[in-house]
Design a protein around this ligand. Structure first.
Ligand code: BDR
Ligand code: CA
Length: 315
């Protein structure tokens, strides 16, 4: 069976790096677009190139997208947990290749419009995706599914209410959540179920490939940096959930709901407000309501097995 075509729009980022590994394994990955988020755009773009080299996929094009949010400027808080480079913890060699000479937003539009059935996996702020929706009104309906790591149905991480990717560009997230695109949301309430500690990271290392060793080094940095901030010895594998939810949906449970993005609140800017009054299952006869399919439960061990399998297939 032909593999599903996908683009990953990301800001690597430790968990984005694992998401790229998974996406390259499970999809016909047509490209990687980058967006300023965890670190400045030039850093995350450089990191995307390095990760693709690491996994032996220099054939996958990388296109640089938006440097910062639709309004205001890029907040620096991502580097608190991802380090100054956005991918601290392992010395990945600088890539010998360059990004393609096309803007990431144009790449998203052209690739989706000319490849029916393409899914987009967004693991950074939603700036590029929102710009694509603005520039090409048919884009939202043309994406087969948009899988988002972002938001939360409970509480936030960067603030009491907001999750980082939505908080970093709430106006973009608002455009995306009101676009009519087929959305799947992997929020913090889901990704916190897929937290890795020392033992799980050691299991990744145990796969034995060079990629597995580097990813384990990166995740150990990420875990320790996160522990310094939160006090928890485990760190969620946020972004891989947005890949796995499409590649292995049997590992997840879902509900449909209406999600709005708070763009004005004094304490709640960047919050995703999930209306659980209209919180429906996918049982036959019940029918979907709302603008979004929310992943609510994940089989974490199943997800970790998927990561190990992907690491084993890399050099
Ligand atoms: C999200 O923020 C980033 O730090 C991670 O890469 C992930 O995409 C989690 O809130
Ligand atoms: Ca990310």
């Amino acid at each position: 069976m032909a593999r599903m075509k996908a683009i990953i729009d990301c800001d690597p980022g430790h968990d984005d790096a694992v998401a790229i590994v998974l996406a390259a394994k499970h999809f016909d990955l047509l490209g990687v677009t980058t967006v300023g988020g965890n670190a400045p755009l030039w850093r995350v773009t450089d990191n995307a190139l390095r990760v693709l080299d690491l996994i032996g996929r220099p054939d996958i094009p990388v296109a640089r997208g938006a440097a910062g949010p639709l309004m205001g400027s890029l907040p620096g808080v991502g580097q608190r947990v991802h380090g100054a480079t956005g991918l601290d913890g392992a010395d990945l060699p600088r890539s010998q290749r360059a990004v393609i000479p096309r803007n990431g937003v144009e790449f998203l539009i052209d690739t989706v419009m000319s490849n029916p059935g393409t899914v987009v996996i967004a693991t950074g702020p939603l700036t590029n995706v929102a710009l694509a929706m603005r520039q090409e009104p048919r884009f939202a309906r043309s994406v087969a599914r948009l899988s988002i790591m972002g938001g939360s149905a409970t509480w936030g991480n960067v603030s009491a209410a907001a999750e980082f990717n939505v908080w970093a560009d709430p106006e973009a997230a608002h455009i995306v959540f009101t676009s009519g695109a087929k959305l799947t949301m992997c929020g913090l309430d889901l990704t916190r179920q897929a937290a890795v500690g020392r033992e799980t990271i050691a299991g990744f290392r145990g796969v034995g490939t060079r990629t597995a060793g580097v990813i384990a080094d990166l995740l150990e940095f990420y875990r320790a940096a996160s522990e310094g901030l939160t006090g928890s010895p485990t760190v969620p594998l946020h972004d891989p959930c947005a890949v796995a939810v499409l590649a292995a949906p049997e590992l997840f449970e879902f509900r449909f709901g209406q999600v709005e993005v708070e763009t004005r609140g004094e304490w709640t800017r960047g919050m995703t407000v999930v209306d659980r009054r209209r919180w429906e299952s996918e049982e036959p006869g019940v029918g979907p309501v709302g603008n979004c399919r929310l992943a609510t439960r994940v089989d974490a061990e199943g997800l970790f097995a998927l990561v190990r399998e992907a690491l084993a297939s890399c050099p």
